[in-house]
Design a protein around this ligand. Structure first.
Ligand SMILES: *Cc1c(COP(=O)(O)O)cnc(C)c1O
Length: 366
């Protein structure tokens, strides 16, 4: 158990029965992703009139909800995902948590939920990481993945924005998302299902978007693919993103392209960071729509040399091949390309504190 007590305004109720040290050490040898949970969680309550209150770090455990809690019926739920790292000098740090705080509020706004003060979001992450500092896996690429989320908690079946909410943060020790580095993934183009429509919730990080993506994703897995790639809902023509990762295309002239943020794509913080790094390198970068037919033609002509997906969990993942209803094409050599590897390494070096952080992206927690 860490002796550090998290900073105000969070009350700290230490877990009286933390996972015993030997057991924790055993679990941390191979934590996997999203299953090796820490000893604590953050809970903050919201009610209309009173605002946010009762902020605490407490023992992690089940929460009790009334069966009429609004989230269970109308899916008013949003979440975030960010990692706490140990820097090369041993200090604990978060990567761009202000960006997560802002995006959380943008999602809240779309889902008619109350905003959470940005300081409270960041402080909640800091308090939890400090309480669970013993849970950093001592393995290459190890981190603590934080999952802040908000659910509608009013006991009422009428259709309206809830009056009560719970904001919770849980944490999981995490190894490398892909154990053997990042193998190139095989994509299947979603034929029947779309993820997000114009005017819909595609730009909000809400559970409902994931629920809508699961059928296509499991069909892809059943057919031997790794991930599904979604096309735009209006024309079924433009490449949007994967279920939980943004896409980048790399061309033979060294230029980079990624779909624009026009409401149906989740504004990834990894996406934004890579755009910044690529522009700094002097690469030509376009945020423009890319048609599936063009992707195929460019891959076949050799004009397109690499494609990669990006997101907090896996950072950067190369795409090996793309399969649709009546076609299939390989990208480059089918393995990780040079630009993909270089951009990934530059980002990871900044995150880990081994390269200069000129943008102030790394927030030290001590
Ligand atoms: C979270 C998420 C991403 C990646 O965002 P990051 O901030 O880079 O982790 C991409 N697409 C979807 C649908 C997401 O939910």
């Amino acid at each position: 158990m860490s002796a550090l007590s998290p900073s105000a305004p969070f009350t700290f109720e230490p877990n009286a029965n933390p996972v015993p040290e030997a057991e924790r050490m055993a679990r941390l040898k191979d934590p996997g992703f999203g299953k090796t949970f820490t000893d604590h969680m953050v809970i903050v309550r919201y009610s209309e009139g009173k605002g946010w209150h009762d902020a605490k770090v407490t023992a992690r455990g089940p929460i009790s909800l009334d069966p009429a809690a609004a989230v269970l019926h109308y899916a008013q739920e949003i979440f975030e995902g960010l990692k706490a790292y140990r820097l090369s000098d041993g200090a604990m740090a978060l990567f761009r948590p202000q960006a997560n705080a802002r995006r959380f509020n943008a999602s809240a706004n779309r889902m008619a939920m109350p905003e959470l003060p940005e300081d409270m979001f960041i402080e909640s992450c800091r308090a939890l990481v400090k309480a669970d500092a013993d849970w950093f896996p001592d393995i290459d690429g190890g981190s603590i993945y934080l999952r802040p989320f908000m659910i509608a908690n009013e006991t009422f079946l009428g259709v309206k924005p809830s009056g009560d909410y719970l904001y919770i943060v849980i944490a999981a020790a995490t190894g490398n998302y892909f154990k053997s580095g990042a193998p190139a993934v095989k994509l299947l183009v979603a034929e029947d299902d779309t993820r997000a429509a114009p005017g819909g919730t595609g730009a909000a990080k809400c559970g409902g978007n994931y629920a809508a993506s699961l059928r296509a994703q499991s069909q892809a897995i059943a057919r031997g693919f790794d991930q599904v790639v979604f096309l735009d809902a209006a024309e079924r023509r433009y490449v949007e993103e994967l279920g939980g990762m943004n896409l980048f295309f790399v061309f033979d002239d060294g230029s980079l392209q990624t779909p624009p943020l026009d409401g149906t794509i989740l504004p990834g913080i990894t996406r934004d960071s890579l755009l910044t790094l690529a522009r700094e390198e002097g690469l030509a970068v376009r945020e423009e729509r890319y048609a599936i037919d063009q992707w195929r033609a460019d891959a076949q002509s050799g004009r397109l040399v690499e494609t990669f997906a990006c997101g907090t969990a896996a950072v950067v993942t190369p795409v090996a091949s793309v399969t649709g209803k009546d076609f299939s094409f390989t990208i480059g050599s089918g393995g990780p390309g040079q630009a993909t590897q270089r951009l990934k390494q530059r980002l990871v070096d900044i995150q880990r504190g081994t390269a200069a952080d000129i943008h102030g992206w790394v927030m030290r927690l001590d």
